[in-house]
Design a protein around this ligand. Structure first.
Ligand SMILES: O=C(O)c1cc(=O)[nH]c(=O)n1[C@@H]1O[C@H](COP(=O)(O)O)[C@@H](O)[C@H]1O
Length: 297
């Protein structure tokens, strides 16, 4: 992440995340490579399932795709399962993203009551925090307003959020397709409400706002069925589910339709299985980026 100091020592400033992401996608294509060091992948790469193996795995991915793709998305759980040494590796991944100019979306899916959300925001979105990348995935199921501390800190620090909206897993509809209650009347679906809240925060932003949504590439016509207007969100749409979960170019094009120019397709195992060879990882990432670009152009 490229922060620059303002004259007078007012602290680092940077372009808003939405603008930085739009530029990165224009330069490198609309692909995010997920860094999900599953135990089975460490094994397949010939690495031990410990912090040293995790470090080798993660830094190899950064060596291969840093500067090559628009963004990377380390999944915090795979680092946390190695304890504090694993979290230290996540900090190294964040730092490597900053050095290579590749945007880092920390996938920690945080969400809690506002007072605790402030602490999560400090951990993942505050200048100087070693875990602060360029954006954070957040869960709005304590109510969108509970995310306010993260929204405030993200927007004031040039960072972004990806709010879960229509997730790629098959159970997501139980919550996300449900109707909200509006003064005793059936209101919009949960997904549609999340999208409209994000849209309000992104109003007027050019070329993209910084409050994005997570919409899985596997969700078929769920946006239409839930009345979720993705085009008017005016923010980035993170689309996991590409590759290992079965979505490809056809699904990306079908799910996103006229919102496709906002989409950052995300693939983890689909790219990572090409390792441990750096050249093979690079080739897999380039192919995935080309496929995503073709599907979303
Ligand atoms: O927020 C996410 O990134 C996410 C949301 C979602 O709806 N579905 C989803 O798969 N993810 C994450 O995206 C990654 C998908 O990994 P692969 O299936 O290996 O490409 C995992 O880290 C998931 O936690």
């Amino acid at each position: 992440m490229s922060g620059t100091s303002t004259p007078g020592g007012a602290g680092p400033t940077r372009e808003p995340f939405g603008a930085r992401l739009a530029a990165a996608m224009a330069a490198h294509g609309p692909l995010c490579v997920g860094i999900d060091p599953h135990a089975s992948l460490l094994d397949a790469w010939g690495l031990p399932d410990d912090a040293a193996g995790l470090r080798r795995f993660s830094l190899t991915v950064m060596e291969a795709v840093g500067g090559l793709v628009a963004a990377v998305k380390p999944q915090a759980a795979f680092f946390e399962r190695h304890g504090s040494a694993g979290v230290a590796v996540l900090e190294e991944v964040v730092a490597a993203g900053r050095e290579t100019g590749t945007l880092v979306v920390v996938d920690a899916k945080r969400g809690d009551i506002g007072s605790t959300m402030s602490a999560y925001a400090e951990a993942f979105l505050r200048d100087g925090s070693p875990l602060a990348g360029d954006a954070l995935t957040v869960s709005p199921y304590l109510g969108f307003g509970s995310l306010d501390p993260a929204v405030d800190l993200a927007l004031s620090s040039g960072r972004g959020l990806f709010v879960l909206c229509l997730t790629s897993n098959k159970e997501g509809h139980e919550v996300q397709h449900a109707r909200t209650d509006a003064d005793g009347e059936a209101g919009p679906t949960v997904a549609a409400l999340m999208a409209s809240r994000a849209a309000a925060l992104n109003a007027g932003a050019q070329p993209l706002g910084s409050v994005g949504l997570v919409v899985g590439a596997t969700v078929g016509d769920a946006a239409e069925r839930t009345g979720t207007d993705l085009t008017s969100v005016n923010g980035p749409l993170l689309a996991p589910g590409v590759g290992a979960q079965g979505a490809g170019p056809a699904e990306l094009a079908a799910v996103f339709g006229s919102a496709r120019h906002q989409v950052l397709a995300s693939s983890s195992r689909g790219v990572l299985r090409a390792g441990p060879d750096v050249a093979s990882l690079r080739a897999a990432a380039l192919l995935a980026a080309q496929d995503a670009a073709a599907a979303l152009s």
